[in-house]
Every structure is written in C-alpha cells, then in structure tokens.
Design a protein around this ligand. Structure first.
Ligand SMILES: [Zn+2]
Ligand SMILES: [Zn+2]
Length: 539
C-alpha cells in the first residue's frame, strides 16, 4: 500500500467521520495526517511496521492505531462500518443536489435505498414524500434536480490546493490531464475536469467510476462522465480520441469566453498543435480567462524566486524554529528568508514585543552562522492598529531588514477609514510590503473595503510592494488585483506566509496567482538577489 493510497483512505475516513457525531477535531486530524502522508517521501507503510510512524509530525497515537490496522489488514474497520451505514454515494449525490449529509443519510435510511440509482428509482416511484421531513416542495426540487441535465459545479468553489489534489490524483490514476479551473490556477475552483486520450473510452470510464474519490456518477455518456465525491463535488471526465486530445484539453481548460473566441477549434493531438493550427502563439493556462490572441509576456516562474519574505516561527504561531525554517528555505534553493513573526496586537496568538524582537535577533544571528552564505533576514509582520499606527516603535522597526505591515483585526472598516489606516502605515519609512491587502479568507470572509487604486499610488510614492500571499485560503492579492497593481507600476512580492517548513511549498500557489495577474520576473521583488533586497531599503 503506497502513501497515496493510505492518504486516500484517511481522507475517506475524515469525510465520513464528519458526517457522524465525531468532533471536528478528529476530522481535521485525519485530513492533516492524509496531507502529511501524501507529502512524505519515505514509504509510510514501512514506518508503521517499524513502529516509527509517530516520528512524522502530526501523527498521534489515535491515527497510528488506524494506520497499523490499515497496513496490517488492508482496511480500517471503522471506515468500512461508516461506509455501510452512511452510503457515501448517496451522501455525495445528496450534497451535490443540495441536501445536507445528515438529511441524505436520513433519506437513505427511511427509504432503505443504498445507491444513487435506487434513490432515483424511489423518486420516480413517488416514494420521497413518505419520508418524514420531506414536504412536497423538497420532493419537487429533488425530483427536478435528479432529472435535470446536471450542471457540473460544486455548491461552493473548492480551495485551489484541495482542488489540485483531487483533480491531480484522479488525472494521475487515469493517465489523463488535469484541466478545468485547476489548470488555470483559479483561487476558487468550480469546474473540475480531467481529459484522457482513449481510442476506446469504456475502460477509462469504468476506471473513473471505480476510483475511491468518486462515490457516484451523476451523468454518463459515451465519452464523458460526471462523478461526485462524498463532499458532493462534481468532477467531469472527458475521454477523447487521441487525435483530438489537444483540442479537448484546450476546450476543458479555458474559460467559456476564452474558448468561444477561439472556436471553431481544429482537431489536434496536443495543445501546441492546436495553437499552431490557429496561427496563434501558445498561451499559458493562467492567462486563458478573457479572450486573448496576442503574444503572452514571459510570466514569472517559481524557479525565478530567490527567497521568501514572509514566514513565521515558534516565536509567534509558527511550528518550526528560526533555524529549521532557514534550513528548509535553503533546501529549496533560496538565498534568503525573512522571519516575520507577529506583533502583540494580533491578539489570538503571541506577538513579539520590542524586547522579543531584539532577543530574536540573537537567534537569527546564530542561524546565519550555521547557514551562511544563506541569509536569514530579521523581519516582522507588524500589525496596523485601527488608527494607522504600527504596533512597534519606529526605532525597533528601523533595525529590521524587512517589515511587512498587516491589517488583522477590524477588516470591516468603511472604505475611507480603512484606506486612510493603511495609507498611514505605508507612509512609515520602515515598511517594505503590505501583507494580504484585501484581508479575505476564501469562502469565509469577504474582501475588505480598501481602495486599492489609492493604495497603489501611495505604494508607488513610498516604494512599498504589495504581497501576493500564497496561503490557499487567502491568495491575496488575487490575479485581477495583481494585474491592476502592475498596471499602476507597483511591485509585488510572492510570499508563502508559511507557518511550517512544509508551508514554504505554497510558493507555487503565490507564483501561479501572480502569473494570473500577468506578472513577469521583473515585477516581483523577491526574484532579486539578496543585496538588491537589502540595498532597496527605503532609507
Ligand atoms: Zn497576516
Ligand atoms: Zn503572516
């Protein structure tokens, strides 16, 4: 059993435990363990057999017991019981149709149906209304939803990292290409698609239906199917003749407007051939939003990045030490890493006082002795107080190599007030970058009212950069705003805001977001060498 298979079973367990009455903590712990196992290079089954699996950070005794069971017997009994009891295919279908998981389970029990097909049958026979709690209105909605040509969109967009994981795993299992929103690196993914080249589509369609991630099919044609996950997220599969594979990938990748402007698409086996036949230069997927026929600019690449300028350590809410973070950044091939822990006003977690900042300087100096010529920079993520003042005295800020200014509390301020607050902070000569400027959490908190156009002007005057934060639920600035910033002449920084060594990997998401904003390497501050970062200091 390989790491991906083990991780899949833990994810399945997480999804089903979530439906039961277990604490949300258990669900999160299983998901986190699945992520860790997927990212681990050592075979986890061997670690389990050797009794060493708890050496992986995030694997506690409860998870170890289940891992041992899985490795020794090939199954987790609790998971099998939950699958029997909860009918994941009905839950997936129910969620896709707009029912809660609990309601789906109740429905399955009351009607004694075990599969999506049986549910359709029950609906056709008019048996839905016999279920307590299902009135004529819900019945009508369900019957209609079951009959309708389904629109393969989730009820809420998926975070990019989760969508990439899901679509990437399915594409890899089928030997296909991940397409749809994931391939354009959208911040919230709705169209999840996989394209496979297959002269005979039947085996691919059958394998798709049998994947552990797909609990039910909501649609099946000759060369196309839509399956749903237990979360009710639809994934579309297109199995196309090999000679038209490129055409199908172009069609499944671009936004509807982008694709429509290219139609009619010529048949071709790969994307390059499609663009050649159209007489157009190849277009990076990130730019396939609005219709575009020109020569794309040379977009920034992850390999251009020389260092990460925003991360946390155990001094605030990070999980690794200064030295561990520095070492991990050096292993990524970077030349520098700025440690930007929080200041006290952030509230929920511990923040650094002026004394702490100076004590941390010693630790950073010690790390630099060990890691040279790699350089750990003294930085801070300094809260912007409600009145625009910064959360540390000017003389402390002036000592530092890199200062991020951040709004955390009070994101709901009215536009004028918020803009004035941030402007005030950016006027401080020590500030080098504004963190996560719009303050959103995707699916959880809307963007703040900050007037970006005004802030761009201030940033230009002060030589301050704007961050493209790579946390999967932030991705802030988002692509459209990056493009606006660059048009205004403002520089951006691609940062991870990592809270662990692994978090440094979110540079991929930050760079992809910058690329969606048409950024080239010259637009991104941290593509420059260390001396340029230090010399570019504003004093
Ligand atoms: Zn922050
Ligand atoms: Zn941060």
């Amino acid at each position: 059993m390989d790491n991906a298979q083990i991780a899949d079973r833990l994810d399945a367990l997480a999804s089903l435990v979530e439906l039961g009455d277990a604490s949300p903590y258990a669900t999160r712990a299983y998901r986190r363990a699945a992520d860790i196992i997927r990212a681990t290079t050592t075979p986890v089954a061997e670690l389990v057999r050797a009794g060493r699996v708890r050496q992986l950070r995030g694997i506690g005794p409860g998870i170890e017991v289940r891992l041992r069971e899985l490795v020794e017997t090939g199954e987790i009994r609790e998971l099998q019981e939950l699958e029997r009891e909860l009918a994941p295919d009905l839950v997936g279908l129910g969620r896709y149709l707009g029912l809660s998981a609990r309601r789906s389970v109740e429905l399955a029990r009351a009607l004694d149906v075990r599969t999506a097909d049986e549910l359709r049958e029950a609906a056709a026979e008019g048996r839905l209304r016999s279920v307590p709690g299902i009135g004529p209105k819900t019945e009508a909605l369900l019957v209609e939803a079951l009959a309708r040509e389904p629109e393969p969109r989730p009820r809420q967009g998926l975070l990019l990292n989760r969508a990439r994981e899901l679509v990437g795993t399915i594409a890899a299992a089928l030997g296909g290409e991940a397409a749809g929103d994931v391939r354009r690196w959208r911040d919230s993914c709705e169209l999840l698609a996989v394209v496979c080249a297959a002269a005979d589509p039947d085996p691919v369609l059958a394998r798709f239906a049998g994947l552990p991630q797909i609990v039910a099919l909501v649609e099946q044609g000759e060369r196309r199917a839509v399956g749903v996950t237990v979360e009710g997220v639809p994934v579309e599969l297109v199995a196309v003749e090999p000679e038209r594979f490129g055409t199908a990938v172009v069609r499944a990748t671009g936004s509807p407007a982008y694709v429509a402007a290219l139609e009619p698409l010529p048949d071709a086996p790969d994307e390059e051939a499609v663009y050649r036949a159209l007489g157009l230069p190849w277009c990076p997927p990130e730019l396939r939003e609005a219709p575009f026929h020109g020569e794309p600019p040379p977009l920034v690449q992850e390999g251009d990045i020389r260092g990460d300028l925003h991360c946390h350590t155990t001094w605030s809410d990070g999980r690794a030490s200064v030295e561990e973070m520095g070492r991990a950044a050096r292993e990524r091939g970077y030349d520098y890493l700025a440690i930007c822990d929080h200041t006290p006003a952030v509230g929920a977690v511990q923040g650094l006082t002026p004394d702490d900042v100076r004590r941390q300087a010693d630790e950073i100096a010690a790390a630099n002795e060990l890691l040279a010529p790699f350089r750990v920079l003294r930085g801070i993520e300094c809260d912007i107080l409600p009145d625009g003042r910064l959360d540390l005295p000017d003389d402390v800020l002036a000592e530092l190599d890199w200062v991020q200014a951040s709004v955390h509390g009070g994101q709901r301020m009215p536009r004028a007030e918020m803009t004035k607050r941030v402007e005030e902070a950016l006027r401080n000569p020590s500030v080098r970058c504004l963190s996560h400027p719009k303050g959103r959490y995707i699916n959880r908190r809307p963007e703040n009212a900050l007037d970006l156009e005004h802030i761009f002007q201030v940033a230009l005057e002060e030589g301050v950069a704007l961050e493209v934060n790579g946390l999967p639920d932030r991705l802030d600035l988002r692509g459209e705003h990056v493009r606006d910033a660059l048009r205004a002449g403002v520089q951006i920084v691609c940062s991870t805001d990592a809270h662990s060594e692994r978090g440094l990997g979110n540079m991929t998401l930050s760079v992809a977001t910058a690329r969606r904003g048409w950024a080239t390497a010259a637009d991104v501050v941290n593509t420059r060498p260390l001396h340029a970062i230090l010399r570019a200091g504003r004093r």
